[in-house]
Design a protein around this ligand. Structure first.
Ligand code: SF4
Ligand code: SF4
Ligand code: SF4
Length: 86
């Protein structure tokens, strides 16, 4: 079941990050994670009520949906067009 990031207006992940590593891209509206600033504290992962911040097991990176910089690949490649980007 796909659970997509809501890019929340009052985002708990942003509030939880003490390192200014999560900021909104004003062009796309997406909240993006800056890996150069991320200290891997996991606060955002715990704060998101929908489980939309993920920890990649193999790399140890924290990741979240960034709307693919304005061209969501999940919607593009969804064969039934169940996922749409509006
Ligand atoms: S990661 Fe969670 S809290 Fe942050 S914008 Fe997405 S849904 Fe909202
Ligand atoms: S894991 Fe990174 S992005 Fe998340 S709260 Fe910590 S420093 Fe911020
Ligand atoms: S494919 Fe892109 S838009 Fe879709 S969930 Fe992943 S990062 Fe977000």
């Amino acid at each position: 079941m796909p659970i997509t990031c809501l890019q929340c207006e009052d985002a708990a992940c942003v509030k939880a990050c003490q390192y200014n590593a999560l900021t909104r891209n004003e062009k796309t509206g997406a909240i993006e994670l800056n890996e150069k600033k991320c200290v891997k504290c996991s606060a955002c992962l715990g704060a998101c009520p929908f489980g939309n911040v993920l920890l990649e097991n193999n790399s140890g990176r924290f990741v979240k949906c960034d709307l693919c910089l304005g061209e969501p690949m999940c919607a593009k490649f969804c064969p039934s067009k169940t996922l749409e980007y509006k």
